[in-house]
Design a protein around this ligand. Structure first.
Ligand SMILES: [Zn+2]
Ligand SMILES: [Zn+2]
Length: 275
């Protein structure tokens, strides 16, 4: 059974437990390693997003940012704190970030600068927003505000931004590739062409993706949905199990069920960092 998770959050972003609590729980689970991947969400126009005030007002959170320089300072301090807490323990703790990959002009250069400054151990990509047009940002639950045609374009752009993230080769793995299924405008049988393109990119760039048990907690099945997970396995794309834990009780959540699923589907390409 997989005894690690590289996709976890702390109070540094939107998690509910601090770094020490998360690491100590992982130790108690008998894990030899874990990764802390708090959100890195930087977009020049993020104050346009309707969820911005909510994150802006909660004290001390580091979730939504308009500039990378401030985010880099905060992540440097965060990484230092994790390093201190992890020192001398029997568990190896990696410091990463779950990154919303935006495609407007200049974003990738600023992100490159962030990576040079912070030297985090790894990045995972997880897109939680829509980019209806260049430089625009929209919460998924605001899709009904768009016209049919705009909606269609925004959803196509969403899958396209995942492909851009894959081809950037920056990310150790791609999180929840069908996160968008939480919107009623993007049910599992929709946008098959776009979803298959994501699969093609994962295959072409030999980039890993996750089987996330967060879906089990939120809606009763995994991210990605059965059909897409089947395509991933059929194409022998490397897979890692994730809990996307936002609190200690979610660390390793339903990993036995995820193991059984992968075994039943004869998944032979499991991904992890080299030991
Ligand atoms: Zn996510
Ligand atoms: Zn996450």
């Amino acid at each position: 059974m997989q005894k690690f998770s590289y996709h976890t959050h702390t109070v540094f972003s939107d998690g509910h437990n601090n770094v020490k609590e998360m690491i100590e729980r992982a130790e108690r689970l008998g894990w030899e390693e874990m990764g802390i991947s708090d959100h890195l969400i930087v977009h020049k126009n993020i104050p346009q997003s309707r969820s911005f005030p909510r994150w802006q007002s909660s004290a001390g959170n580091h979730v939504y940012k308009t500039d990378f320089a401030k985010a880099a300072d905060e992540f440097c301090r965060h990484a230092e704190e994790i390093g201190k807490i992890a020192r001398g323990r029997n568990i190896k703790v990696r410091v990463g970030a779950e990154v919303d990959y935006f495609t407007y002009d200049g974003w990738t250069d600023e992100f490159a600068c962030f990576r040079r400054k912070t030297e985090l151990d790894y990045y995972i990509s997880g897109n939680h927003f829509l980019q209806p047009s260049d430089g625009e940002i929209l919460d998924i639950k605001d899709l009904p505000l768009l016209s049919g045609e705009e909606r269609n374009r925004a959803l196509k752009n969403h899958f396209d931004s995942i492909c851009r993230a894959i081809e950037s080769k920056i990310f150790s793995f791609i999180a929840h590739i069908d996160y968008i299924r939480k919107s009623p405008f993007c049910p599992d049988d929709a946008f098959q062409t776009e979803k298959m393109r994501v699969i093609e990119y994962l295959k072409k760039y030999q980039t890993a993706t996750e089987l996330s048990t967060k879906g089990l907690r939120k809606r009763g099945d995994f991210y990605p949905a059965d059909r897409l997970a089947g395509e991933i396995i059929k194409n022998n794309i490397p897979l890692v199990i994730s809990d996307d834990a936002h609190r200690i009780s979610e660390l390793g959540f339903a990993f036995d069920e995820a193991e059984n699923y992968l075994q039943a589907h004869q998944c032979r390409n499991r991904w992890s960092f080299e030991k």
